[in-house]
Design a protein around this ligand. Structure first.
Ligand code: HEM
Length: 202
């Protein structure tokens, strides 16, 4: 009974995580993406990539502060959704914005610093997504897996920096995300200093 309930909740969370993509697809079909639909798609996917990253980062602090253990079950899914939206975001830039013109894309990476920073963030997220399975946790061993997965913090900071660098006037949103990532990182550092490590749950 409990397993069934957990399965249902997990399916519900999964569907909720797909909502931003469904709304985006709906808006695209309905022509609700404004005068520059490609830019709107790239931006919206980027927004959700960073939001899911922050939500995934918040899972452990929420569990520790509230004692709500069940929330940890969704950490991997939320992290993978952050990666999923980040990959779609990059794909919209590479495929829709630049039509896979690799020469232009490379020139952009070198010339526009915020693109370089975004690329670094994706490169840091990649090994985390690849090693997110229970099998990889076993293969790497809990300690090494945990160390590797600390990369999520620099990835989060680079994603915030990427956003901050591309904004031209209104810095409120990137600054808010930066403050949240900073607070979550601060919480983890303080916690690591005062508590013993726990076993890894994949
Ligand atoms: C190769 C990697 C990446 C590339 C090429 C890239 C490219 C872009 C581009 C072209 C924009 C739109 C800029 C504009 O409007 O002029 C953008 C915006 C954005 N990107 Fe990325 N990005 C990358 C990685 C990431 C990652 C990893 C994240 C988050 C996890 C992210 C989050 C965002 C956010 C939040 C925005 C701003 C959206 C808004 O204006 O509301 N990006 N990115």
């Amino acid at each position: 009974m409990r397993r069934r309930r957990l399965g249902l909740v997990k399916a519900g969370v999964f569907l909720i995580c797909l909502l931003p993509l469904s709304i985006l697809a709906w808006d695209a079909v309905a022509g609700n993406l404004g005068v520059n639909p490609i830019e709107a798609v790239t931006r919206r996917l980027g927004d959700w990539a960073i939001r899911f990253l922050i939500i995934a980062l918040a899972v452990t602090p929420v569990r520790r502060l509230t004692g709500w253990g069940e929330v940890a079950r969704y950490r991997r899914m939320l992290g993978l959704f952050a990666f999923f939206y980040a990959i779609l975001h990059v794909f919209s830039y590479v495929g829709l914005d630049h039509f896979f013109a690799w020469g232009d894309i490379w020139a952009d990476i070198v010339k526009r610093r915020y693109i370089t920073v975004g690329l670094l963030a994706v490169l840091l997220l990649l090994p985390l997504a690849v090693t997110s399975t229970a099998g990889m946790v076993r293969r790497l061993g809990g300690r090494r897996w945990r160390l590797l997965h600390r990369l999520v913090y620099p990835a989060g900071m680079l994603a915030v920096l990427h956003f901050y660098m591309l904004v031209k006037a209104d810095w409120r949103e990137p600054l808010l995300y930066g403050a949240i990532v900073g607070a979550l990182l601060g919480y983890r550092v303080v916690n690591a200093l005062y508590t013993r490590p726990r076993p890894v749950r994949a």
